[in-house]
Design a protein around this ligand. Structure first.
Ligand code: ARG
Length: 467
């Protein structure tokens, strides 16, 4: 066999691989990121092979010691990754044979790179999902605490980005929190389908050796072996599911980011973000830019791109393994990194949001945000809702002309539009009265916000790590 022919499969080849083709088909430049999981999987495989008598205990121990040393070489940056050896799997196996000789060549008994790579990615995803979940939990906790603290802080609520009705800042934060709750559930649900073991499917049809897949699954912490060998080596929908989760999460973070960016502007002036989350301009000395939320908003696009890449990668693929699947890794790795970093940025930043309460309050006051409360007041006094709507509309037109909020008008001014209005109207026209009146589950009343925050805290504690 020629030197340049791959030592793992070169037997039937009569000429070496074209140098460009070797580079073009190699994945080691990126899949070396799976080295830890690859070794973990190999150790479990060797352990199982010894358990069923395919390897001797001595061979198993030699293999495990060799792999453990290789793990050290990789961690210390001493490992020499080779492109002709194609991928992480063959690089590690070749090094093992270098180190321990012929016994190294027995490791691949009853296994194929097809079930090996599928196993590695699932182990990797499981590890990363756990890290991502921890950041998501940290973000949700910080958000719930801030919401609780700001349960009484009044701000305008918007529809069509026009001032609609007053809400509390705590209520607004808990709306974000609800989005994240669903993302958290989606992540844990995805983890269940990630945590199924392909190993034992071998190339596609299973293996003739008397393997015990339950042993390997247990050693690796998988919930169960995959049911069908053809599906096990070809399925990547767990990766699509993860990037779907990631896309929806980033969509949510982009919405929060957008609001943070708006709120830090001079035109809104609702919040301050500490300087450590912002940067300046090299030309305009007065600038303080909300880069972190802007960047999170921008990173949403690349995660959507990865979802489309993976969906398209899998589209129309016949069973079972196809080399196309090598293309799953880069989108997945980048999606994982992006999600983790965006969550970290948000988890650090959200508790540090400084609401500018005076300016939120003023904005709510200026926008006739209690107009609905006046209409509801009239309805309670027996006016039909459509008539009440008309009366309040006229009052607002008058307010716009005279530059007065409803609560700033005298009783006589208000009575021009309806004789039904009495002195007690002022209780409902204040912002505090307006929010306090929405006193039911899901409403913005401060007491409801505090109750919702404490329910959210309990639900989070129950969900956390619930995999
Ligand atoms: N590098 C390959 C991948 O990432 C490993 C599996 C290769 N299998 C094969 N039969 N060529 O998918």
């Amino acid at each position: 066999m020629s030197q340049a022919t791959n030592q793992s499969w070169g037997g039937r080849f009569s000429e070496p691989t074209d140098a460009f083709v070797a580079r073009f088909t190699a994945s080691v430049t990126f899949d070396q990121r799976l080295a830890r999981q690859d070794i973990q999987g190999s150790i479990a495989h060797a352990t199982m092979l010894a358990r069923v008598g395919v390897l001797t205990d001595e061979e198993r121990d030699t293999i495990i010691n060799g792999l453990t040393e290789i793990q050290g070489e990789i961690e210390r940056g001493e490992f020499n990754w080779s492109i002709p050896l194609e991928d992480v799997h063959m690089n590690i196996e070749a090094r093992l044979t270098d180190k321990i000789g012929i016994t190294g060549k027995k490791l691949h008994t009853g296994r194929s790179r097809n079930d090996q790579v599928a196993t590695d990615i699932r182990l990797f995803m499981r590890d990363e999902i756990d890290v991502i979940e921890a950041e998501l939990v940290r973000l949700r906790e910080g958000m719930i605490e801030l919401a609780d603290r700001e349960a009484d802080t009044i701000m305008p609520g918007f529809t069509h980005l026009q001032t609609a009705q007053p809400v509390t800042f705590g209520h607004h934060l808990l709306a974000w929190q609800e989005m994240l709750t669903r993302d958290h559930e989606r992540l844990l649900d995805c983890r269940k389908r990630v945590n199924v073991m392909p190993l034992g499917a071998a190339a596609l049809a299973g293996t003739t050796y008397p393997i015990d897949r339950h042993v390997t699954a247990e050693l690796l912490g998988f919930d169960r072996p995959a049911e069908n060998s053809l599906d096990a080596v070809s399925d990547r929908d767990f990766a699509i599911e993860f990037t779907s989760f990631a896309s929806i999460l980033l969509m949510h973070l982009s919405r929060m980011s957008e609001e943070l960016v708006l709120w830090t502007s001079a035109q809104f002036d609702f919040i301050d973000l500490p300087d450590r989350f912002c940067t300046g301009s090299s030309i305009m000395p007065q600038k303080k830019n909300p880069d972190v939320p802007e960047l999170v908003r921008g990173k949403t696009g690349r995660v959507y791109g990865h979802l489309m890449a993976l969906l398209t990668l899998m589209k129309s693929q016949p069973l079972a393994y196809n080399k196309d699947n090598q293309e799953d890794k880069e989108p997945l790795f980048d999606a994982v990194d992006t999600v983790r970093d965006c969550l970290k940025a948000f988890a650090d930043m959200v508790p540090a949001i400084e609401p500018k309460k005076g300016s939120m309050y003023e904005a709510a006051r200026r926008g006739f945000s209690t107009a609905t409360d006046l209409a509801d007041y009239l309805v309670r006094k027996g006016v039909a809702f459509r008539d009440a709507h008309e009366i309040v509309g006229q009052s607002v037109a008058y307010g716009l002309k005279t530059k007065k909020d409803l609560s700033e008008m005298t009783l006589e001014e208000l009575q021009q539009f309806s004789a039904t209005i009495e002195q007690d109207v002022f209780e409902v026209l204040t912002l505090e009265g307006s929010v306090a009146a929405r006193n039911h589950i899901g409403g913005t009343a401060p007491d409801q916000v505090r109750a919702a925050a404490s329910r959210a805290r309990e639900a989070l504690a129950a969900l956390k790590g619930d995999a």
